[in-house]
Design a binder for this molecule. Sequence first.
Ligand code: PHE
Length: 453
Amino acid sequence: MMFRMKRESWGSRLGFILAVSGSAIGLANIWRFPHLVGQYGGAAFVLVYLIFLILLGFPLLVGEISIGRNTSKSPAASFRQLGGKGWGAVGGLTIITGFIVSGFYSAVAGWIVGYLFESLQGNLTNFTTVTEAKEYFEGWMSSPWKTLGAQALFLGMATLILFYGVRKGIERANKILMPLLFFLLFFLFVYGLSLPRSNEAMKFLWNPDWTALTPAAILAALGQAFFTLSLGQGTMVTYGSYTPKSENLIFSCLPIVVMDTIVSLVAAGTIFTILFSVGSEGESGEALLFHTLPFVFSEIPFGFLFAPLFFLLVMLAALTSEVSALEPTVAFLMDRFGWSRKKAVAAAAAGAFLIGVPCALSPNVLSHIQPFGHSILSGLVTLGSDILIPIGGLSAALLIGWRWKGKRFIEEVSTGSKELFHKTKWLKPYLIFCVKFIAPVLIGIVLIQAFVT
Ligand code: PHE
């Protein structure tokens, strides 16, 4: 049985744009993108990534948001309404995906919260070698109380925002936190540019190295385009369900993708100028944020000030994304069981915490448990981002392109932007062709590759 309560909606176009951007801009932009660019050939990687944003990211973002807006329902009910009975389960899977992501994301974001506190206490700026910084991080991670406590704190902040609802919680938080994030990033970027060897850092980043553009690099670019726009996990369908019909989806999604991309590029510039200033060329994964950067902050002028600002920046980015990863579950519990928002938020956050616990304990108490040769955390990350998210994206593309059909999809998108479709003749064939053909083929390749390896 479905309960129909009056559905909340975004209060303004700016609120909608900032909320969706808040979801999109997260750890993937500030942490993952810089190391991918460094590893896979600088501008060569960026070029491929931009192509995927045009062919896949933007059309699917518009597509997922329009599914939600058309039905004003959470993903399971949306998929069922547009696709027929079996599709409800597919939509349900996207909610589960977002839920799993919210669990492991909270554990990883917990490390950032922990390091924000460490940096505020001045503990991250006394290292004389990278090895010392690495040992300090390993010490921090070996404490289950610290990893768990930080995760709980992070989830607590997300819960608080969600409690207040769509407009007064999610929208308002993004309206405050996103400008703060942009300001911090800009400030750190200018600081990075002022450091010695910043020219070399920028050259290293923006000179294309075509030989680094391996098949692995191309798949990584595709996965990044997907993950950074929060596609395939019910988030954008849910945010779409709060979007008024008058909204011009093309005009509001375009700045979102552009902002998301600019933040990624500026974050890469910031991190590499800071690293190069002490002659380091960076490492990937945890090492980049938790070994190399704290060492660098120990070396550079005013590192004690910039270290907390940096970790605050990353935490804000992660927080607005976490909120959006939880919201599909919240919306589902409210729609399906008629729960109050507070009850639904409490249940979703408690569930995310439970999934996050083994992740938070995977570097310490549970480090000996290694299913399929992965730690619990990396196993869940792989399951979520390499398998479930592509499945979610593929199903959204198939639903839009082949069940709901191009004509109705375009009708929905053009509600609020009829003029635009009239004037820009290529817009319609572009969106339909990408969603119907290009997206399924590209995502299919990603999935086959994930299962093969
Ligand atoms: N888009 C977020 C990022 O770039 C990731 C994310 C958002 C994950 C929403 C889950 C749900 O980090």
